[in-house]
Design a protein around this ligand. Structure first.
Ligand code: HEC
Length: 120
């Protein structure tokens, strides 16, 4: 093997390793939480709570029209009803009734469920 061939081979290997690393980082990038920098963790407090207060509380808070079906009353009420909420919001998309969540909110909500519903 000539010396120059060996140098080219080494450069090619290093280059492809660098490329693999940058690709991996891109795949792990998560959609931004509104109001938070880049890849900050999506939590109940910083993301789910404000969204659900705006999009669900008008019908599902205590004393509201649909409270008998699902009462939105803090973190534990969402965790206890996680399966139903996922089905209604992410799968069937029947909730929020009368409005909708943006594509990035749906994605962030999916990630929040997938990562084990972090509270704060
Ligand atoms: C305009 C009122 C309204 C809003 C806003 C609303 N809902 Fe509902 N929700 C209802 C009504 C009425 C039902 C029962 C009828 C139905 O299931 O279609 C219901 C049913 C549900 C159910 C039970 C589904 C099942 O059959 O198990 C869940 C869970 C739910 N809503 C979650 C949410 C979430 C989460 C949001 C916000 C993202 C939301 N809802 C926003 C009125 C609303």
């Amino acid at each position: 093997m000539s010396k120059s061939f060996r140098i080219i081979a080494i450069i090619a290997i290093v280059y492809s390793l660098l490329l693999a690393c940058s690709k991996k980082q891109a795949e792990e990038f998560q959609p931004a939480v509104p109001g938070l920098p880049g890849a900050a963790a999506i939590t109940y407090n910083n993301f789910v709570e404000p969204i659900f207060q705006t999009k669900c509380a008008s019908c599902h808070a205590t004393g509201r029209s649909a409270a008998a079906i699902f009462t939105l009353n803090g973190y534990s009420s969402v965790v206890a009803n996680a399966a139903r909420i996922k089905q209604a919001v992410l799968v069937n998309k029947t909730m929020p009734m009368g409005s909708s969540l943006s594509q990035s909110d749906l994605q962030s909500l999916q990630i929040w469920f997938d990562k084990g519903m972090i509270q704060q």
